[in-house]
Design a protein around this ligand. Structure first.
Ligand SMILES: Nc1ncnc2c1ncn2[C@@H]1O[C@H](COP(=O)(O)OP(=O)(O)OP(=O)(O)O)[C@@H](O)[C@H]1O
Ligand SMILES: [Mg+2]
Length: 455
């Protein structure tokens, strides 16, 4: 199926290529023009499914272009982007039949959502996009989480072993379950087995099962986890705690895809997919001799690392809201709000216990709350102290410097390095922004890359 063409009319070169990149990443193809007159000429021979135009253009304006398009191709949806504050223009555009108006700096999510809506209303099949990946209960908006969801989508159908690594509380088990649910094994069982939580001498019989009389107390034949799980997924949690003799047996079973119950002779087929997880550094355990190297490679066919929460802070706010909603529902209280400074403090904290810790703290905040809103003063002390230290280290200006740097970098990222737009976001002039970028060492070698755009 040829991809649907979207015509972009934007005179600012950087912004035009950013918009094109966003839409192309969503599976559309783009035609780009600088001016409205040129756009009309292009449309006379190559009809797009949708037009996205800037309002302020040299020559014919976006609204005038819109009127021309509506006369000749009334069915083509037109989106107009207006500068911040140009409400009057936006109203004019809507009156003239614009599908929607967007305020600059254009929000990527809004842009994509509006385009998809406009096209689906007109009966087009829309290319699937990354935010449509099934989430399997995994909340988060960070790049790290999107990459993880894509990875789950990619590797779920395979039978290869997966080794999930990550600090405790990062969501290893949740991801293992997601891999199972998204796989063709979803109808078969998922069994989680914690290798560290069972007495050493029982691990073997728990996993492989045993025959009646295999050892004292084996009064009847008992199936092991591998047998119970069948063609499902066996999740071996804390695999680093698996005793060495058991490691040998597991390796053999994985190589031969066969095993026997303890005390038994009849070979049973190993049909399950094995997903292992560890919060310790297994490579180091291999070096130290407490974990077998051959088993490590056998389990680590597909490595999947889950970053700690402090490395994907964009996930914190959505997770807080998710847990607030869930805990409030569970304890039968109306949904609670959280004040912005409290959310900022929570987002800045280091979260050594990751998502599990966040979940527990939200639960505590809800249960102890009287006012219906979570305030900064409700937060545990260690979090408030950490926040103060971060912003104002003893006796130095480095903290403020860091805060300023973070604000500037985040504004630049949000606007795809458009300095004029970043300045608007920060509420300063473009000249002030450039002075600050220089002071912060953000411009220098890259000056040419970042410069060259119009005021
Ligand atoms: N991205 C996420 N979205 C929603 N809930 C999450 C997410 N990640 C983790 N959780 C929740 O956080 C808790 C901890 O996750 P999980 O048990 O999967 O972590 P873990 O890495 O296995 O932790 P541990 O090392 O302590 O065993 C669970 O209640 C899980 O549902
Ligand atoms: Mg776990």
């Amino acid at each position: 199926m040829p991809s649907q063409k979207i015509l972009i009319v934007e005179d600012e070169k950087n912004l035009r290529s950013v918009l094109a990149a966003i839409l192309e990443a969503e599976g559309f193809s783009t035609i780009q023009t600088e001016r409205a007159e040129e756009a009309l000429a292009v449309m006379a021979r190559d009809i797009p499914v949708l037009v996205l135009t800037d309002q302020r253009l040299p020559g014919m304006s976006g609204t005038e272009l819109l009127r021309h398009i509506k006369e000749r191709w009334p069915e083509i949806p037109v989106l107009i982007a207006t500068a911040y504050g140009e409400i009057e223009q936006a109203v004019q555009a809507i009156k003239a039949g614009a599908e929607h108006y967007l305020t600059k700096p254009v929000d990527e999510g809004e842009l994509v959502a509006v385009i998809r809506q406009a096209l689906s209303r007109r009966g087009y099949t829309i290319p699937p996009h990354r935010q449509d990946l099934p989430r399997h209960g995994i909340i988060g908006e960070s790049l790290g989480t999107f990459e993880m969801l894509e990875m789950i989508d990619l590797i779920a159908p395979a039978a290869s072993s997966v080794l999930i690594t990550g600090e405790s509380g990062t969501g290893k088990e949740l991801v293992a379950r997601a891999l199972h649910i998204a796989s063709p094994r979803a109808q078969a069982p998922f069994i989680a087995f914690n290798c560290g939580a069972i007495p050493l001498d029982l691990v073997e019989s728990e996993i492989f099962g045993y025959e009646k009389g295999a050892f004292t107390g084996a009064l009847r034949t008992q199936a092991g986890k591998l047998e119970m799980v069948g063609a499902g997924t066996l999740f071996l949690d804390e695999v680093g705690d698996m005793p060495l003799p058991m490691q040998v047996k597991l390796l053999r079973a994985l190589q031969e895809r066969e095993y026997t119950r303890l005390g038994g002779h009849q070979p049973l087929r190993l049909a399950a997919r094995i997903i292992a997880a560890t919060h310790v550094d297994l490579a180091k355990a291999v070096e130290e001799g407490s974990f077998r190297e051959d088993l490590y490679y056998r389990l680590n066919v597909i490595p999947l690392h889950i970053p700690p929460l402090r490395e994907r802070r964009e996930d914190i706010a959505p997770l807080v809201r998710h847990f607030l909603r869930r805990v409030c529902a569970a304890v039968g209280r109306p949904e609670m709000d959280i004040e912005a400074p409290a959310l900022a403090t929570i987002s800045a904290y280091s979260w050594p216990g990751n998502i599990r810790q966040l979940e527990n703290i939200v639960e505590r905040l809800v249960v102890l709350n009287r006012s219906g809103t979570i305030l900064t003063t409700d937060l545990p002390n260690e979090m408030r102290i950490a926040e103060t230290e971060r912003a104002l280290p003893a006796g130095g200006t480095y903290g403020l410097h860091a805060v300023e740097r973070e604000a500037v970098v985040s504004a630049l990222n949000k606007t795809h390095f458009n300095q004029s737009q970043a300045a608007i976001l920060l509420g300063i002039s473009r000249k002030q922004l450039r002075t600050r970028m220089k002071n912060l060492g953000l411009i220098g070698d890259h000056e040419d890359l970042l410069g060259g755009e119009k005021e």
